[in-house]
Design a protein around this ligand. Structure first.
Ligand SMILES: [Zn+2]
Length: 195
């Protein structure tokens, strides 16, 4: 597999200028590691108007492929072949796609991490949208971000919490038994088990 992109036409929502931008349909991060960095910093999903500089999100469906990971950004389930030996994930927005890439790139698994986010939300006492940002320091503290008061807040959680969540997954095979093909691992997924 290799990356697939196409030139698409857009209209700037601020000044109305029509312009073209490169849109990826398939991102092969194994063949083109530089694309992975552009996914992680989000720049691959941003188009910029050449007249006024207005930046807007590219919302097209895209498939992201890495060695053992296949992510599909789409608002509806689509058939994807070649899922043997890879973890297939369906995501419905760009932010979730970027998060998944960061999670797996950090050597973490999104199943225990979603449980970890659930536990952290309970402790915070807020129904905020936590996103994994990075591991930090020698103890691999887990850094989450969440929006509050118009700003991005950072939150550090001990790696032992993640390890506890891995143990929960290990003790409950029913959690992962149905995970085949492209699956959606998100807040709704975790809350169907723990609510
Ligand atoms: Zn413009």
């Amino acid at each position: 597999m290799s990356s697939v992109s196409a030139i698409s036409a857009f209209r700037c929502s601020r000044c109305g200028r029509e312009y073209e931008a490169l849109v990826y349909r398939m991102i092969d991060a194994e063949a083109e590691p530089s694309l992975k960095e552009r996914v992680k910093d989000g720049s691959l999903f941003v188009r910029e108007c050449p007249s006024c500089g207005c930046k807007e999100l590219i919302l097209s469906p895209v498939i992201y492929r890495d060695s053992h990971l296949l992510l599909c950004l789409s608002d509806r389930p689509i058939a994807v072949e070649g899922l043997e030996g890879v973890q297939g994930r369906l995501v419905s927005d760009v932010g979730s796609l970027i998060e998944k890439v960061k999670v797996f790139d950090a050597g973490l698994d999104d199943v225990p991490l979603e449980i970890c986010k659930y536990v952290t939300r309970q402790e915070l006492g807020k129904r905020v949208d936590l996103k994994f940002l990075r591991l930090e320091g020698a103890d691999h503290d887990i850094i989450f971000t969440y929006p509050e008061g118009g700003q991005m807040q950072l939150l550090s959680v001990g790696f032992n919490v993640y390890e506890d969540c891995c143990a929960i997954v290990g003790r409950n095979p029913s959690l992962t038994a149905g995970l085949q093909g492209l699956v959606k691992i998100d807040r709704e997924w975790v809350e169907q088990f723990i609510a």
